[in-house]
Design a protein around this ligand. Structure first.
Ligand code: GDP
Length: 328
């Protein structure tokens, strides 16, 4: 695509044209070198300092009700006149050969709505590649004027941290459960969550949900206080994606938190730190890719790796030897 076409694409995207947004995301998702160059040019052509979207990261184990919640919550926001984009990050999609998330059949109403935009997970084997593409897709949705960008991921290890690093707010969805085992939710995930939403707080599950919510409220109080939290946050709340109970309260709590962070300067600070984080990540990935491109260096790395594994060489010395090939 020529520069003039890219500028035209950027303009149409900024005018909120969905087709332009789809095309732009396809471009940033492509692994082709010429597409990558165009993607960089496109991102550069977007006007900086435009309206910011509220980026909401969301995670939860399969079956907790993420798709159902996004359909309900997305429509709730749309009914309030907002434009909603949904992006999915599915680290397993490369293995299973298809995306489980972004399953449009469960988001039927939302996926058909003109003020909504749903994009399933790109199939990528490497989390690093997914991270960059998702982050760029978030920036594109923001440039296209979306008010809320939901970034959904399944509760598997690193993908949650990655999504939290590109979100203004991070939600953890959990299901009601008996006992006090806190469902094996890892401490690390509790620490990145701004809000824990106990879903399925309806019908027979309501009493269990109430107990689960109280357990999490207690557990959150024990966590170290973070500077980016006002009084009462992080907090646990009950919702039902089926009956829509609790959705207005959950949204109000998100808006309150976002407003507090904006006023206190934490919003800008968090975004600035995230930008720096991704800059360093890209630099790291770029350097590794560059090393990997040279067959001689690649062979050398494989050989050194084997020697380190056998205990013939220390990791420090081996890394030093590779770094020396970069000069300096
Ligand atoms: P995901 O795998 O996290 O995307 O979960 P789904 O959205 O596919 O939901 C898994 C199952 O839980 C489905 O059978 C849903 O109908 C059910 N479910 C989701 N949300 C609720 C809820 O709020 N209440 C009840 N009772 N069931 C729900």
């Amino acid at each position: 695509m020529a520069t003039t076409d890219l500028n035209d694409l950027a303009k149409r995207l900024e005018a909120g044209e969905r087709r332009a947004l789809s095309r732009a995301i396809t471009l940033v998702e492509s692994a082709r070198a010429d597409h990558r160059a165009q993607a960089v040019e496109l991102l550069d052509a977007l006007k900086p300092g435009g309206k910011q979207a509220l980026r909401i990261g969301m995670s939860g184990t399969p079956g907790v009700g993420k798709s159902t919640f996004i359909e309900a919550f997305g429509m709730f926001l749309i009914e309030r006149g907002l434009k909603v984009a949904v992006l999915a990050v599915d680290p397993s999609s490369a293995r299973s050969g298809g995306s489980i998330l972004g399953d449009k059949t469960r988001m039927e109403e939302l996926s058909r709505h003109p003020r909504a935009f749903i994009r399933p997970s790109p199939s990528q084997s490497q989390l690093g590649g997914v991270a960059r593409r998702t982050r760029e897709a978030v920036a594109l949705c923001e440039a296209a004027g979306f008010d809320v960008v939901l970034i959904e991921t399944v509760g598997v290890g690193q993908s949650e941290t990655m999504v939290a690093e590109m979100s203004d707010l991070f939600l953890l969805l959990i299901a009601p459960a008996g006992g006090d085992e806190l469902q094996g939710v890892k401490r690390g995930i509790m620490e990145i969550a701004d809000m824990i939403l106990v879903n399925k707080a309806d019908g027979d599950l309501k009493p269990t949900a109430t107990r689960t919510c109280a357990d999490y409220t207690g557990a959150l109080k024990l966590l170290r206080k973070r500077p980016q939290d006002p009084e009462g946050y992080p907090k646990a709340m009950m919702v039902s994606a089926v009956t829509h109970d609790g959705l207005p309260e959950a949204w109000e709590a998100m808006e309150t938190l976002a407003a507090w962070r904006k006023e206190s300067g934490h919003w800008d600070k968090m975004r600035a730190e995230q930008a720096r984080h991704w800059f360093m990540e890209d630099l790291r990935a770029g350097l590794l890719a560059r090393l990997d491109k040279d067959p001689e260096v690649r062979a050398r790395i494989a050989d050194l790796g084997a020697r380190v594994e056998r205990g013939d060489l220390s990791p420090t010395v081996a890394a030093d030897e590779v770094l020396a090939t970069l000069g300096g």
